[in-house]
Design a protein around this ligand. Sequence first.
Ligand SMILES: [Zn+2]
Length: 443
Amino acid sequence: MYDLLIRGADVLQIDGETARVLPGHDIAIRDGRIAAVAPAISPGLADDLINAGGMLALPGLVNAHTHAAMGLFRGVAEDVPIDVWFNQRIWPMETNLTDEDIYWGTLLGIAEMIEAGVTCFADHYFAMDEVARAVDESGVRALLAWAVFSGPDEERQLQRTLAFAERWQGAADGRIRTCLGPHSPYTCTPAFLARVAQAARAASLGIHIHLSETAEQVAQSLAIHGKTPVALVRDAGLFAVPSLAAHVAHPTADDSAIMAAHGVAVAACPKTEMKLGVGVTPVVDLMRAGVDVGMGSDGAASNNSYDILEAARLIALLEKHSRRDATVLPVGAALSLATSGGARCLGLGGAVGALREGLQADIALLRLDSPHMQPSHDIPAALLYSACPSDADTVIVAGRVLMRGRQLLTIDKDRVLREVIARAGRLTQRRAGEQMATYPAAE
Ligand SMILES: [Zn+2]
């Protein structure tokens, strides 16, 4: 017997750079996993049926770097450079956040992600117990890191995040995993990074960090420390544990070799990187150097949306445009960045990111019957270049249906919207001298 049977879907399969579709296949789910992908599985064997005729089944999309609650700040920092973005907008405003704000802001982000077919995300923020609560209740999958900065209370911050990581590791039937979140080499001293690395090794935790977002950060690191941010973090010992680095828009050839040798995965966030005008992660160069790459949205205060197909689309377009080469990053390769590539970033390679027997049943069903998706000469290409988030019809995580017919089943969306709108005005207030940190940090 099966718990759930998805009937008659076109099932996306990605093999290397090649994407293809198995037409009219069924997906059987048992105990949260994919039990079979085959044509014409008997419906009598299943407790619940979803008729997916005319829909595309794809692996749930993976958001490899975000700050989900930052949807609370969507639109507060437009058309400003990164120093103004941090110092005059985001870091002053973030001092207003209460734990409850972060809970509702995270639910807003999760609702947006589910509605866009995203089933799994790597989050890096504050008050992470609230984020974990939102993940637990909403049914999605996440890797959670509590951001820490250098400062007089850095050891207290580290102890708090270690306690959080232990409290939630493997929670929600294994949907929640935790790691440590040193914010970046420009907000953490080398000594503190080394302390975090030692704590991560002792607790068998990975790390999630921002790295080499701008050319100025790299130049500053070279001037002060005599090495790039990537080399600095390696020398602090952080790469001795599973590491996820956000952005890495300005790696040297040595940096790429270091990351490949240490199995460091990179989350590219092209929309944020372009919007802040800081340079975009060289995804194809990193992949050719042997670095695992996934797609991230960063927070909505810079990215404005949590649309991971858009991120993959932007990277494909940017690589083709900048190289004057239409053949680079073909459809299958770009789609794999948003699925299996992201899964590897989160340490979930082989668990999610593909639709085959034995993997977690994290699945999105997309409608194919809209004018912008027809005729379907090439369904994977339509997914990458034509689909809208609102094409997602049904979303399943670990075999549990979280959205069906575009109705969210685990989140009271009206309540979330009321809560967020009621909080929005207070959160944008700024008081002189109060901010989370300073960019770039004084050494
Ligand atoms: Zn970020």
